[in-house]
Design a binder for this molecule. Structure first.
Ligand SMILES: Cc1cc2nc3c(=O)[nH]c(=O)nc-3n(C[C@H](O)[C@H](O)[C@H](O)COP(=O)(O)O)c2cc1C
Length: 177
């Protein structure tokens, strides 16, 4: 299986990044391949609700870097959304990405793919309810299968590496892929 991890943290080498690495390394042992994509490296304009993606070719007409990301998503068998908790939701960059998934509502190309969530935060799982709820509903709307989550307690950059129990949550995440 080909896994695409979309990282919505600005911190390269931060907690989300390290957790995604751990999940992908474990998946590699089972013969899966993984690709990481840092959303902050890409220009992602906001969805402007033009509804062009609901007609004709069912594609987004915004001019930015999203075509590269759409291509990677289309090529993947499973997705990981990795985002720190910012104000009890995803980072703004991750939200831009989620909004731009709108073409998939009509083209159904995500139907049946598994999707996971990796979310570190200072407060841990108790801070993640709103994000988990909204992602479960969004994945369902898109036809994605919500396949699991790693909700991790970590705050300082890279702190999670010193917390074996928290790292383990990410290592176990893709066990059922
Ligand atoms: C703008 C901002 C908002 C945050 N909001 C929350 C929050 O609501 N709850 C929480 O537990 N942590 C919050 N945090 C802490 C981050 O979730 C935490 O530091 C996380 O480990 C960062 O992940 P990263 O290293 O992958 O960037 C916030 C951090 C920032 C910068």
């Amino acid at each position: 299986m080909k896994i695409l991890a979309l990282i919505g943290s600005p911190r390269v080498g931060g907690n989300t990044d390290l957790l995604v690495d751990a999940a992908l390394a474990e998946a590699a042992k089972q013969g899966h391949t993984g690709e990481k994509l840092h959303l902050y490296d890409y220009e992602i304009k906001p969805c402007v609700d033009c509804r062009a993606c609901k007609k004709g070719e069912l594609v987004c007409v915004q001019k930015d870097d999203m075509p590269k990301i759409y291509k990677a998503i289309d090529a993947a068998d499973a997705l990981i959304l990795g985002t720190p908790i910012y104000w009890y939701g995803p980072t703004a960059k991750m939200k831009l990405l989620i909004d731009r998934l709108r073409p998939y509502v009509a083209n159904r190309r995500l139907e049946g793919k598994k999707a996971y969530l990796i979310a570190p935060s200072e407060e841990g799982p108790s801070a993640c309810g709103p994000l988990v709820d909204s992602l479960k509903m969004s994945y369902k709307y898109l036809g994605l299968v919500y396949a699991g989550e790693a909700l991790v307690t970590a705050n300082e950059k890279g702190e999670v590496a010193k917390k074996p129990g928290e790292m383990e949550k990410a290592r176990r995440l893709l066990n059922d892929l």
